[in-house]
Design a protein around this ligand. Structure first.
Ligand SMILES: Cc1cc2nc3c(=O)[nH]c(=O)nc-3n(C[C@H](O)[C@H](O)[C@H](O)COP(=O)(O)O)c2cc1C
Length: 187
């Protein structure tokens, strides 16, 4: 087994809970023999989609914007597996991850072919105790629709309540689930 896994981190803060879980998954995937690349979305220069439709003329993964998506499009296209890890903000996806997903519109010129058969893992953290009242459930539902539309398989969703930085380390269940996700997504 020699899968390539891309892990996208959407939290803007250091010692982030969603990042801690994502790193557990990444380590487990590497241990299982996969090659893994971690991408911190908050450190990149990424603009929102302009809905200019230029990608429909230029071709899949070709956007007119001169920002860091230029380097990410080919990586995203090639990866066999991706993990999206981020906090819940305002009862849904946080801005960093939503902006990034909006830019996938550029792959629509070939009906999002590069997503077919990709394996996907989702990692979410939120402060509320409950996945429903936190709004985590809205993000999870959105991912079901997004990846059903794109033809990719969600192999696991790990979600945990944690508020202060690093707090999720004290949640052995969530840490174990993240490890299992890392193993499963590259198997
Ligand atoms: C702008 C903002 C909005 C937030 N909105 C929610 C929310 O709607 N529901 C919730 O349960 N927690 C919310 N939180 C709390 C974070 O989701 C929580 O602290 C999470 O563990 C942060 O993950 P991170 O450490 O990976 O950044 C919000 C935090 C911020 C900064």
């Amino acid at each position: 087994m020699n899968r390539h896994l891309l892990v996208f981190l959407g939290s803007p803060r250091k010692d982030s809970n969603s990042t801690i879980l994502a790193m557990e998954a990444a380590k487990a995937a590497e241990k299982a023999g996969a090659s893994v690349e971690i991408i911190h979305l908050a450190e990149l220069n990424l603009n929102p989609c302009l809905a200019c439709e230029s990608c429909r003329d230029k071709g899949p993964g070709e956007c007119i914007q001169e920002d860091d998506m230029k380097e990410i499009y080919p990586k995203l296209k090639e990866a066999e597996a991706i993990i999206l890890a981020h906090p819940v903000y305002w009862f849904s996806l946080n801005a960093q991850i939503k902006l990034f997903i909006d830019r996938w519109y550029a792959f629509g010129g070939d009906d999002y072919a590069c997503f077919k058969d990709k394996k996907v893992g989702i990692i979410l953290t939120y402060a509320d105790r409950d996945v429903f009242t936190s709004g985590g459930v809205n993000a999870l539902r959105a991912y079901q629709d997004i990846f059903n539309y794109l033809g990719a398989e969600i192999v696991g969703m790990v979600y945990a309540s944690a508020s202060e930085k690093g707090e999720v380390k004290h949640d052995p269940y969530a840490m174990e689930e993240a490890i299992k996700l890392g193993q499963k997504i590259v198997s």
